[in-house]
Write a protein that binds this ligand. Structure first.
Ligand SMILES: Nc1ncnc2c1ncn2[C@@H]1O[C@H](COP(=O)(O)OP(=O)(O)OP(=O)(O)O)[C@@H](O)[C@H]1O
Ligand SMILES: [Mg+2]
Length: 232
């Protein structure tokens, strides 16, 4: 039998890739969560009943409890990242939302320069905060946790444009072309490459868009365009 050939655009291919990934992640994470739940119970039982005979044994038991919690959090993160849930929209002040995202991602070595205007948007605040967080985290990674991230908002007609710029390592042409692809990452084992995929998905669900310009060794500028909220 002759095999059929399908022609997909990059965008269509990414949508299909995402569907498979989300399905896989939700099934795998669900099973993994059960297993981790079991390990967590055992680790709790051991920590309460075993009397460590040495300092090393005590350290190992403590480490076991901590690592189980980390593992559980990582699985939840993967699940959250691959699955964009239904939006729960409300009228919010974009400025506050961005400030919250900055607060949650503050780390030593990174300074934030802000030039934000108060502006109302009709969005899911948790999801949009996730968009800004994902982009801020990338900027921090690109600057190796050392430098200034500049965030500004401007009103452009019916839209509000947020720019997030860093002076980090920037992207080469290939990375720039593929950075929104599901599971595309240049960070090897340290990341899963879903941050921008999810950020783009969420932004588009709000009738917005994300544009990125970047230059190697110079830095990256991410532009998030969202419609402003209009009162009738
Ligand atoms: N500000 C930036 N500066 C330089 N490169 C960037 C920047 N933002 C994204 N990239 C590039 O785009 C790739 C994809 O980004 P994305 O956020 O989707 O995944 P990730 O950061 O690698 O992993 P994850 O976000 O899932 O932890 C990154 O691996 C990196 O190569
Ligand atoms: Mg990322």
């Amino acid at each position: 039998m002759e095999e059929k050939t399908y022609i997909f655009t990059k965008k269509q291919l990414n949508i299909e890739k995402n569907k498979v990934l989300s399905k896989f992640a939700s099934v795998a994470s669900h099973d993994l969560k059960n297993v981790v739940g079991g390990i967590s119970n055992i680790s709790y039982y051991l920590s309460k009943t075993v009397k460590p005979e040495s300092e090393t044994q005590k350290k190992m038991l403590d480490l076991l409890s901590k690592e189980v919690i980390t593992l559980n959090n990582r699985i939840t993160e993967v699940l959250d990242m691959t699955r964009v849930k239904q939006l729960t929209k409300s009228v919010c002040d974009l400025q506050n939302l961005i400030i919250k995202a900055i607060e949650e991602n503050k780390i030593d070595g990174i300074t934030f320069e802000q030039n934000l205007v108060p502006v109302k948007v009709y969005v899911d605040p948790e999801r949009m905060k996730q968009v800004f967080s994902n982009i801020i985290k990338n900027a921090e990674d690109a600057m190796k946790n050392n430098g200034t991230i500049t965030i500004a908002t401007t009103i452009e007609g019916q839209n509000v444009v947020t720019t997030i710029s860093d002076c980090g390592q920037g992207m080469n042409a290939e990375t720039l072309e593929n950075c929104f692809d599901p599971m595309f990452s240049t960070k090897l084992a340290k990341a899963i490459g879903m941050g921008l995929t999810v950020a783009q998905q969420i932004t588009e669900m709000h009738n917005g868009k994300i544009d990125i310009s970047s230059e190697e060794q110079k830095g990256t500028l991410v532009k998030i365009t969202l419609p402003t909220y209009k009162e009738d």
